[in-house]
Design a protein around this ligand. Sequence first.
Ligand code: PGA
Length: 251
Amino acid sequence: MRKKIVAGNWKMNTTVPEGVELAKAVKEKSAAVPAGIGLIVAVPFTHIVPVSEVLKGSRVGLSAENCADKEKGAYTGEVSVDMLVSAGCNYTILGHSERRQYYGETDEKLVAKTRLALDAGLGVILCVGENLSQREAGNHFKVVTEQIENVLFNFTAEDLSKIIVAYEPVWAIGTGKTATSDQAEEIHACIRKVIAGKFGEKAADDVTILYGGSCKPANAKELFACPDIDGGLIGGAALKADDFIQIALSY
Ligand code: PGA
C-alpha cells in the first residue's frame, strides 16, 4: 500500500536560528500524528546540518529543495547529492515550478538530477504541474503527462519506488487559490494512469502522489479524502508548526 506523506517546503524562508526553532516545534508536535503518515521537511541548504541534528532520532524526514545536476567538481555555487547525504538529508525536492520558472530547470536536467539523487540513496520528490495559461488553454493533462513521461519514463519500476510525485498547479502556489478537490483528483488519477501504462498497475498503485498549492488546515481534509491524493507538499502553511501538523492530522 502506498505511503501517505505530508511534506513541508520551506523555500527561501527563515534564518538558520529560526529554522532550527521551527524544526524543534515540528519534531515536538509530530508525536500527535498517526504513525502511518510520513512527515518530511524540505529546508534551505544552510539549514540542513543544524536541522538534521534537531531531527536526529525523530520520525521527521529531512529533504533538500534542489541538488546539482553534476556529481562534483568546478561548479561554483552548486550543492551535490553526496554533500546532501553527508549533511543528513534523506530526500531532495526536484523540479519545483519555481526552479523550472526562474532557474531554467528543464526535464533533461531533472533526469540527470534524479539519477544522481537515486544513486546516492536520496529519495526524490518530483514536482509537476501546469501554469495558468496552460490550464486556461485546456492543456493541463497534456502538460503534466509530458512532464511525467519526460522525466519518470527514463527510470525503472524499482527507481520509481523511491520517487514521490507532487502535483502542484503553478496557479495555486502561494496564491491562496487552491485547486478544487475535483480538479486535483482528476490530475492525480491521470498521473497514476500514465505511470500504470509504463510501469504496470502495481507500481502505479504504490506511488505516492502529493498535492501542493495553497494547501492549509482549512482545505487539507477535503483534498486528502480523494482516492488518488496521498498527502501534500505544503509551502506557506509549513512555516507554522501548528498549521503543518494540523494539515498532517487532516487524514
Ligand atoms: P504553497 O506552496 O503551499 O505556499 O502554495 C506549495 C509549494 O510550492 O510547494
